[in-house]
Design a protein around this ligand. Structure first.
Ligand SMILES: Nc1ncnc2c1ncn2[C@@H]1O[C@H](COP(=O)(O)OP(=O)(O)OP(=O)(O)O)[C@@H](O)[C@H]1O
Ligand SMILES: O=C(O)C1=C[C@@H](O)[C@@H](O)[C@H](O)C1
Ligand SMILES: [Mg+2]
Length: 177
């Protein structure tokens, strides 16, 4: 199933964007772009380092620049940063270039998936379930407003999740995205 537009995977940290993007690429033959990794590569610095040295706004500007570039690329699967859709401008650029799929997971699932890692500056110092719940609730309206479709990931394999994403896309081809 070849892509005719980008698929942007969005959602909270640890919801499975990178895992599902890789799986979607195996299923469609499309290329994957990992926004976080691409920014790390270009800056020659880890994300925690970019936040520490330049601040969050600087990182958010890099995300916007990258989204603009992606808009001019061949259709691919884009694994967004967890906070990419916090900027309205980014959402508008993404909507113009493809379909935005929200991956969801319960806070308990997220905590379980991310608790062993120190690579997410937004969670460093706040690696606990109540903070994850609070931040997820605060961000939920932004994720939901940006999404063309949503898929729950709790207790499901990447393959099951991706089949649903591709199935929705077929259905969507007759009307809404
Ligand atoms: N459906 C799933 N079932 C079980 N474990 C999963 C699933 N999806 C992802 N994981 C695991 O959860 C962790 C986070 O997944 P992943 O890196 O794909 O999330 P992400 O949304 O890209 O997070 P971030 O961008 O914040 O790093 C990984 O260890 C991954 O193996
Ligand atoms: O949710 C967030 O704000 C972030 C998520 C990560 O993917 C990174 O983009 C960065 O750590 C910020
Ligand atoms: Mg990721």
């Amino acid at each position: 199933m070849k892509l005719d537009q980008h698929i942007f995977l969005i959602g909270f940290m640890g919801c499975g964007k990178s895992t599902c993007a890789a799986c979607l690429c195996r299923m469609t033959g499309a290329e994957q772009i990992e926004m976080d990794q691409e920014i790390v590569k270009r800056q020659g610095m880890e994300i925690t380092e970019i936040f520490r040295v330049h601040g969050e706004e600087y990182f958010r500007d890099l995300e916007t620049d990258l989204i603009k570039e992606i808009g001019n690329m061949e259709p691919m699967v884009v694994s967004c940063g967890g906070g990419t859709v916090l900027r309205e401008e980014n959402v508008a650029l993404m909507k113009a270039a493809g379909r935005i799929v929200l991956l969801t997971a319960e806070p308990e699932t997220v905590f379980d998936r991310v608790k062993g890692s120190a690579d997410r500056p937004v969670l460093n110092g706040n690696m606990n379930l109540s903070y994850i719940k609070e931040l997820m609730e605060a961000r939920r309206p932004r994720y939901e407003a940006a999404a063309d479709a949503a898929v729950a990931t709790d207790g499901r394999t990447a393959e099951e999740i991706c089949e649903e994403i591709l199935e929705q896309r077929k259905e969507g081809s007759h009307g809404a995205r």
